[in-house]
Design a protein. Sequence first.
Length: 257
Amino acid sequence: MNFTGKIALVVGGTRGIGFNVSQKLIEAGCICYITGRNEDDGLTAQSRLGERCTFIKSDVTDEASVAELFRTIEARHGRLDLAVNNAGVTSKHAPIRDMDFADWKRVLEINLLGPLLLLKHQTNLISKHPGGSIVNVSSCAGLLGVARQSAYSTSKAALNMLTQVCAIECAEAALPERHPIRVNAVCPGPTMGGMNSQERLDANPESTRHKLSVTVMKRFADPSEISAAILWLLSDASSFVTGAVMPVDGGFSAGKF
Ligand SMILES: NC(=O)c1ccc[n+]([C@@H]2O[C@H](COP(=O)([O-])OP(=O)(O)OC[C@H]3O[C@@H](n4cnc5c(N)ncnc54)[C@H](OP(=O)(O)O)[C@@H]3O)[C@@H](O)[C@H]2O)c1
């Protein structure tokens, strides 16, 4: 896949799936911006990713920092071609009867309102040039309910709908000087690293066994298997695909088994 000269933004690109996507985009020729809240992690990721990577500290729940992020990219390049909205967090494990309202609001703010704010800025900037593509990183937990993860499951289900609405709006040239953008989502299944670091898996053996059992393939994904789907959706190889909510979940959503 060739993305030479494309300007890409990976929100939440400092570790896990987002880091892997950024690495693949840079290898394919992109100039890549990555974001996150933790500056040390961001600068470490930037130096690992090399000179075509720039880290900008930005929190998706902070409107001013999100606006500043897009002002910076526009001032430097006058354009943005590709965006991956990957930042996301899980909720506390608890049934709804014991839910922590503040935790629910935190998860919705990061996983749903964050992408909404990002899409507002992205659709304005990306549509200035042809060939734009956006991928939201959702979850298989947004396709089927996951008990004790009500906030997470709900936030990702809503993100899937937001993806579809945005795809419809961006397929039409809203203004004569605007260009269409394809907007899709991937729904990963349990993936190694990040939320499933070896340390976390070892500390929670029962939940690890459960996560392994819920995919048909009985294994975790490697982050590169999620990135491969994201890069395909970003590329011209998927030129007739928009509004898709694509499971990349080892068969998790294929049925009950
Ligand atoms: N790993 C899995 O098994 C799995 C399965 C299904 C779906 N997913 C989805 O895939 C995405 C990535 O998961 P992951 O496991 O790779 O996560 P991760 O390793 O925890 O990385 C999350 C990234 O998002 C950033 N981030 C978190 N909150 C943010 C905020 N408020 N503003 C800006 N950046 C923020 C983090 O940096 P800072 O903490 O420094 O901000 C980090 O760069 C998430 O959306 C997740 O829901 C993951």
